[in-house]
Design a protein around this ligand. Sequence first.
Ligand SMILES: Nc1ncnc2c1ncn2[C@@H]1O[C@H](COP(=O)(O)OP(=O)(O)OP(=O)(O)O)[C@@H](O)[C@H]1O
Ligand SMILES: [Mg+2]
Length: 260
Amino acid sequence: MTAAAPAIAVRGLRKSFGDVDVLHGVDFEVEPGRVFALLGSNGAGKTTVVRILATLLRPDSGTATVDGFDVVDRAADVRESISLTGQFAAVDEILTGRENLVLVARLRHVTDPAGVAADLLARFDLTDAADRRASTYSGGMRRRLDIAMSLVGDPRVIVLDEPTTGLDPQARLEVWRTVREVAAGGTTVVLTTQYLDEAEQLADRIAILHRGRIIVDGTLAELRRLLPPATVEYVERQPTLEEIFLAVVGDARAEGEASR
Ligand SMILES: Nc1ncnc2c1ncn2[C@@H]1O[C@H](COP(=O)(O)OP(=O)(O)OP(=O)(O)O)[C@@H](O)[C@H]1O
Ligand SMILES: [Mg+2]
């Protein structure tokens, strides 16, 4: 049996802004239908990676493909396959939830914009609020609407840049439920986050971006094997992703400092 072609393949990706060297050779792959979390501290370069994937930014060197299409040479095809939900909500506050969805559906030339909007409103539990202005929505509702908007036209890959930053715990749970539903429908999901529990909860695979490179990439179980289980008397405890993150980032930091 051959493995399915990756939904995303990133190799040797480099990007700097002036003399700010952000990505120094980033490599990762995402299998179709999986949830992939790109984890990193503020300024690690997560948004830079996803903007390159979404063809909003050109890499300096290296390659990235989405659904088999190169992000530079086949940008138009990539844009048909991928939908980016940015770090800052794209929802128009003046419009109702329904109007926001219909607008995006018209822009993406889907047939039956009203029908598509109604389906997505139902799927994301927004039907009751559909005809209220988005300015009256809670943060969680707005984020759900944002994710619903990114699904108009059935993209094969969706990218969520920090989907729950700034949300309260209840709203985060609502967004997590939404992401799980999207993934269950077969859509490939890439999410960036600085919340380790979010990656732990949602992702099939987790990559840690640090100092311009992916320093760890694997399933949670694989990441756990990087640290020996802590043993306290008779109780064995699995390390949390937070402990793994701090251990690997701390190691990389110590190495960087030692080489200076
Ligand atoms: N257009 C730009 N011009 C100059 N510097 C930039 C530009 N975009 C990003 N940077 C710099 O690149 C680095 C990485 O930024 P990026 O937004 O990718 O990080 P991030 O991991 O998404 O951070 P956060 O968690 O804060 O969203 C930062 O130092 C940032 O200041
Ligand atoms: Mg960012």
